[in-house]
Design a protein around this ligand. Sequence first.
Ligand code: FAD
Ligand code: SIN
Length: 526
Amino acid sequence: MKDYDFIIVGSGIAGLYTALLARQQGEVLVLTKASIDECNTKYAQGGIAAAVGRGDSPELHYRDTIAAGAGLCDSEAVRILTQEAPDRITDLIKFGVPFDTLNGEIALAREAAHSVPRILHAGGDATGERIEVTLSNAVRRSGIKLLEHCLASDLLVKDGAVHGVRAFDSRYGVTEEFLGRCVILATGGAAQLFKYNTNPEIATGDGVALAYKAGAEIADMEFVQFHPTALRLPGVAPFLISEAVRGEGGILRNVENGAFMAEYCPQADLAPRDIVARSIVAEMRKTHADRVFLDITHLPPRTIPARFPQIYRFCLDHGLDITKTPVPVAPAAHYVMGGVKTNVWGETNIAGLFACGECACTGVHGANRLASNSLLEVLVFSKRILERAKGQRPSTSSGQRRGRPASVTPRSGEACELEEREPSGNVPPLSLSALQPLMWEKVGILRSREGLEEAAITLATWERSLGLPTGRPSYELNHMVLVGRLMAEAALLREESRGAHFRFDFSSPSPAWLKHIVFRKGASEG
Ligand code: FAD
Ligand code: SIN
């Protein structure tokens, strides 16, 4: 059987960018469970944050990121993120990503909780698509081995080190094993667990589930970011209406036409995401409505199609001319801050296993991600993985790579086990259409002990009933149940409100909770 230097799981920005860098160090295999370009990356709208503009600096970007993270960012990781950002943008430009320009300079947009315009974008609001196409073309040209429709189902781990991946090829219905000295998880997010979400179908948390099953540490799973403004039209999946629309002057109004954000926060429509999402929910409750409106009808009509061509076209295709009519919106699950815990080199506690992108928890986002920091996080930490991997041999007996890496960032919080729960006889049969509303209602924007316990018991009962997967949907559903458990149990443990995690029964932040919740299978055995 062939032995690869790098097995990369996923083909969003994290998988593709890492693959292109890894190719310079050895043989690379990319496994991806759908077609190469089906991923969250393709749908990114706003852009990438980096301090490249006049009047901006890594220090300012650092401060904004730390402020958004509500006390839980890893300051070393944020320092690295913000300092290395301009160089990584240069790398992306060298790969050919066509960022938009204005008067011969990179155009920079404003998004919520950034103190200056700092967001690079491409094709107006088609940033993710431009990146994905550029990188996937480069991978296709590079000779990197790529297996599409191949879903990683397990990590092969022996003596504390990873040595390969088991995968299910959904075209032929067969399971195969691939061997490699480094395995890099780049499997993206998990917002598909929630009834209303902005993510494509692939976002089912697989990497977190694989890593947890293999004994990796999983951190911060209670922190799920709900984007304030997803299109809310009957029969239409929630399509993202970028925060950059508010950056251009969009105003949120309730169904009675009242602009309300200034009542909730001095930054009004440009307040941090978690605050805007909760304020919208409060306004919807107050007005007995399932939506509010994002009003851009006061902007010059030509600005909108030029600056937001995808959003404009999508809405127009659904009968809404947003230059004339306010857009009906409501919050939707968007991004998972938690994930496979890594140090600032992308290393996990399993030798040879790395994670990057949305499935990783590098510590840069803390309790609430600053808009447009996630694409940036991928670039910065993927590069560092390859720097770390340089020269490392495939040996599983290398003392340096065994167990916990020496450079793990000291983020407090000992790993603990998932709570054992008695199964309940009063639980509906498991299906995606049962899981998504449960997560939305009980583990969603506003949480309480009662609801979280109900979710935790239901998920634990489902977990016990899981059969052997037979195809991609059942592999994914099994992963979603485990990831849902990690989210619900972490949210139950965190008896406070902080960043994106809000509990009615503990509605303020508590200094006692300035720490991370980390789960690891077998933690109680030491
Ligand atoms: P993805 O791009 O999701 O790629 C994951 C890959 O892993 C996919 O190829 C998937 O098929 C594959 N995969 C998953 N599980 C398996 C498995 N078991 N086996 C094999 N393959 C697997 N962030 C910003 O910074 N700026 C923005 O403007 C922005 N806008 C956004 C807009 C939308 C609508 C969405 C959904 C997200 C947005 N984000 C934005 C977030 C950002 O796009 C993502 O966090 C980022 O693209 C994640 O990249 P990734 O490579 O980690 O994951
Ligand atoms: C958006 O364009 O609003 C999304 C930006 C992000 O998720 O970072």
